[in-house]
Design a protein around this ligand. Structure first.
Ligand SMILES: C[S@@+](CC[C@H](N)C(=O)[O-])C[C@H]1O[C@@H](n2cnc3c(N)ncnc32)[C@H](O)[C@@H]1O
Length: 412
């Protein structure tokens, strides 16, 4: 996720895409705010995690649920949206590591939170180019009906919504390359099979609890209504311990202020179990830290930072990913090993993005060159996305010996 500051360049820079209209049935932009307000009024302050979940994925007016939030006309830009090179490097990573273990088949490609479906589109294109789509299926974990629609338009020659409430699949179709594509609301519902899983800018959207050091020890930060203004909110510090502060705070914690995302930790465990049992590889890419992050909960609206408590549902909410915590959760049971986190810059350069950039530039039309250069710099320069974004790889622990001999691409 990134703000675009140099707006004059955007038109030439961004990739073309399908757009879909926002769902007109969601007419009231303050719907989520009103719901949260009523809830707090009735039952008292809520956790930041509860607030974040309501604001982002409330079925009625959640931020992601009924509008296209990406790109120039949206609130932020992501790497796959900037340029095809990002998805190509990720695809090459998967193909390389998959071939190291003998290219077992069948495979399922799984993407968590596919946004506009652009990364999956690039993965399928590259896999197809290398003849790697026989016996492959694509599985998308997405809660937003509108984004699922956008993804289907981009990826499929044909697709249908599934209305049966008992079905864990809410949409299915056939990709342009002829492979089955299925949509789920949670990873747990995706079938068990050798899995190539990617999550780009997904974990940062998962809810976090916030904690603050006080003279009485750590206390959770909650969200209460602000009675001084109509339908507005404020942070308060819990007077007593909360279930989250009892459960999640490490005994050796020293930070003044920090965030924990239990949902992310559970998901990291689920990914690890899947890789251990079914075999597979996972790549998690996001902005984040290695256990040192403090107050990172923030909002983006129209490419600018925004107060997370103002007009909830109209801006993206996000928090930096704690890669150290993710890695510990994934490796706790001993079934997987992790590599990284390494910076996006290092990962992309080690995967050869420079060579791809030169090749694309050599074949580009004059009016495409500026966009290519802009995308390349945004993705790789240290003061842009290059340092803040990190990559973490998860592989089955049984491969440890093999990976000592043939090291994991992008991480060494
Ligand atoms: C910041 S966007 C990232 C999009 C895409 N990966 C990219 O890089 O362009 C987050 C995506 O995760 C989805 N999402 C957010 N929370 C989710 C949840 N709890 N379960 C499933 N999908 C979720 C959103 O609808 C959206 O597709």
């Amino acid at each position: 996720m990134f703000q675009i500051r140099r707006c004059t360049r955007i038109v030439k820079t961004l990739r073309s895409y399908y757009t879909v209209k926002s769902n007109e049935s969601v007419k009231d932009p303050h719907q989520v705010a009103k719901q949260i307000y009523s809830k707090i009024k009735a039952t008292g302050p809520i956790t930041v995690a509860e607030y974040m979940k309501e604001v982002l994925i409330n079925p009625l007016g959640g931020y992601y649920m009924h509008k296209d939030v990406f790109g120039e006309s949206g609130d932020f830009i992501t790497s796959p949206e900037l340029n095809q090179m990002f998805g190509e490097m990720v695809a090459i990573w998967f193909l390389n590591e998959w071939s190291k273990v003998g290219s077992p088949k069948p495979i399922q490609i799984v993407e968590l939170g596919p946004g506009r479906g652009t990364l999956s589109q690039d993965l399928l294109r590259v896999f197809d180019h290398f003849g790697a789509l026989q016996s492959a299926t694509l599985h998308l974990v997405e809660v937003s009906p509108l984004l699922s629609d956008l993804q289907a338009r981009k990826l499929c020659i044909q697709s249908d919504n599934i209305i049966d409430k008992k079905s864990v699949i809410h949409r299915q179709g056939i990709s342009h390359q002829g492979i089955p594509v299925k949509w789920y609301r949670q990873l747990d519902d995706v079938p068990n099979c050798f899995t190539l899983l990617v999550a780009h800018e997904f974990f940062d959207a998962l809810p976090v609890h916030k904690f603050q050091k006080t003279k009485d020890g750590y206390r959770e930060i909650l969200i209460d209504i602000d009675l001084s203004k109509e339908c507005s909110f404020r942070y308060v510090i819990a007077r007593e311990e909360t279930p989250a502060s009892k459960l999640y705070i490490r005994p050796n914690e020293t930070r003044e202020h920090f965030e924990i995302s239990p949902e992310s930790l559970v998901l990291a465990k689920q990914i690890a179990e899947r890789l251990e049992i079914d075999g597979g590889l996972a790549l998690i890419a996001d902005y984040g830290h290695n256990g040192s992050g403090t107050d990172t909960f923030r909002a983006f609206k129209k490419h600018k930072l925004h107060d997370p408590l103002v007009e909830p549902g109209t801006a993206d909410l996000t928090a930096d990913v704690d890669f150290d915590a993710l890695s510990k959760s994934a490796t706790e049971a001993g079934g997987v090993i992790t590599f990284g986190p390494t910076t996006q810059r290092d990962f992309l350069l080690k995967m050869g993005i420079e060579h791809r950039f030169k090749a694309l530039k050599a074949n580009a039309k004059p009016d495409q060159i500026e966009g290519l250069e802009f995308g390349y710099k945004m993705m790789t320069e240290s003061n842009q996305m290059g340092e803040r974004f990190k990559f973490l790889a998860l592989l089955p622990a049984v491969l440890e010996k093999l990976l000592k001999k043939y090291s994991v691409a992008g991480f060494h």
